[in-house]
Design a protein around this ligand. Structure first.
Ligand SMILES: Cc1cc2nc3c(=O)[nH]c(=O)nc-3n(C[C@H](O)[C@H](O)[C@H](O)COP(=O)(O)O)c2cc1C
Length: 381
């Protein structure tokens, strides 16, 4: 099966499932507790109908948006995600190159497997650095300096991961970094020898954003220990206000869900917020970003760029979020399954499919630019 045989998210998910050992597939596909929020993320778009206009002259359609000062050719971007080298040996390089080709923004995670400096050189698209807040304030400052020197455009602090979500699929397989596989997990790895061979014959797994702090070799510092020992659960608004000041550039909080927090983010000088429940991987039962969007855009949309992510699988999902006032929409699993299925070619194919869908759907809606989308185009059931 080739990337060109995949026509949507579900095709790529199937292809990724065939290639990846069960524990890795389930790390991507899984979410917290009963995965209720994960399922609702996509379902929430289906409770909203599009109301098209016709006869509007839609020969040329402009899909570009400007978000946090960055001009994107598409209203979607690749949200930062961890551990991409496990999914495909090209890892973050594939996502950076594909984002470059489609001239859209991409994120590099603190738990990324290629250095933010190397990825910066591979792509001229706007780059996000996704950051966690450490107890050691000098380490926070040093990491921001490093990102600034590398030429990162947008600093994104993830604020919904003050502690790890309860991912039961990972517990069943023993997925962790370093691996602590259960017998079931080991058997699932044994069933995918091609993945194992590929893994062993390509460059070793690394966490270059953190390798001074997380020792993968000796296993003295696992990722879960990194979260519990190095990150600061006492992080508060004053800490973040200081970071915003230090960064003095585009600064975004990822994982805002309440109106009060959105207002506070604007008050301390953030230039963007991402409404997100981390793809359902953190607080199960949390509301979906799409359901919260209108209220937050109404409260702060004139002061700060409001972005959203979670459950986006179709161009029509993107159109609905933009119509409610989102400035851009983040993709997670939408590009991760293609990455796992076919590396850079997979991510490019997924972005191309998304581009085609959005363009077609804009025409069908009677809109020739993203600015023309409005709430008049929507009805909730
Ligand atoms: C496998 C995986 C790893 C992720 N890693 C991170 C991460 O390191 N930092 C972060 O802020 N968000 C991370 N996320 C969350 C995404 O950035 C994004 O919020 C989420 O995937 C959106 O939901 P979707 O997958 O339904 O599109 C991760 C998501 C997945 C699926």
């Amino acid at each position: 099966m080739q990337p060109s045989d995949c026509h949507n998210f579900h095709d790529f998910r199937r292809m990724a499932r065939r290639k990846l050992p069960g524990p890795i597939f389930n790390y991507i596909d899984g979410a917290a507790d009963d995965e209720v929020t994960y399922r609702r993320n996509t379902a929430s778009f289906e409770r909203c109908d599009l109301v098209p206009n016709v006869l509007r002259g839609v020969e040329n359609v402009d899909l570009s948006v400007t978000v946090m000062g960055q001009k994107l050719a598409l209203p979607v971007y690749c949200s930062p995600t961890a551990l991409q080298r496990l999914f495909h040996h090209q890892g973050e390089r594939a996502v950076a190159a594909a984002s470059d080709k489609y001239a859209t923004m991409f994120g590099v995670s603190s738990l990324g497997t290629v250095s933010l400096e190397e990825v910066r050189k591979l792509s001229s698209a706007p780059q996000i650095y996704q950051f966690y807040f450490h107890k050691d304030r000098s380490l926070n400052r040093a990491m921001m300096e490093r990102a600034k020197t590398a030429g990162v455009e947008v600093m994104m602090l993830t604020v919904d991961s003050i502690t790890g979500g309860n991912r039961e699929r990972d517990k069943r397989t023993g997925f962790s970094i370093p691996f602590k596989l259960t017998l079931a997990g080991m058997l699932q790895f044994a069933m995918k020898p091609a993945w194992g061979l590929n893994y062993l014959t390509h460059e070793p797994f690394r966490l270059p954003q953190l390798d001074e702090h997380v020792d993968m070799g000796g296993g003295t510092m696992s990722i879960s220990k990194y979260f519990s020992e190095m990150l600061d659960p006492s992080m508060n608004w004053d800490d973040v206000a200081q970071m915003v000041e230090q960064w003095s550039g585009q600064f975004c909080l990822k994982g805002i869900m309440s109106v009060a927090d959105a207002k506070r983010a604007a008050d301390i000088g953030c230039t963007g917020i991402v409404l997100s429940n981390h793809g359902g991987r953190q607080l199960d039962g949390s509301r979906t970003a799409f359901d919260q969007l209108a209220e937050i855009v109404d409260a702060v949309g004139d002061r700060i760029d409001v972005l959203m992510d979670g459950g986006v699988q179709r161009g029509t999902h993107v159109l609905k979020a933009l119509s409610l006032g989102a400035k851009a929409v983040g993709l997670g699993r939408y590009y991760l399954f293609p990455l796992a299925a076919a590396g850079q070619a997979g991510v490019e194919r997924a972005l191309e499919l998304m581009r085609i869908e959005i363009e077609r759907d804009m025409r069908l809606m009677g809109c020739s630019s993203v600015q023309q989308l409005s709430r008049a185009n929507l009805r909730f059931r």
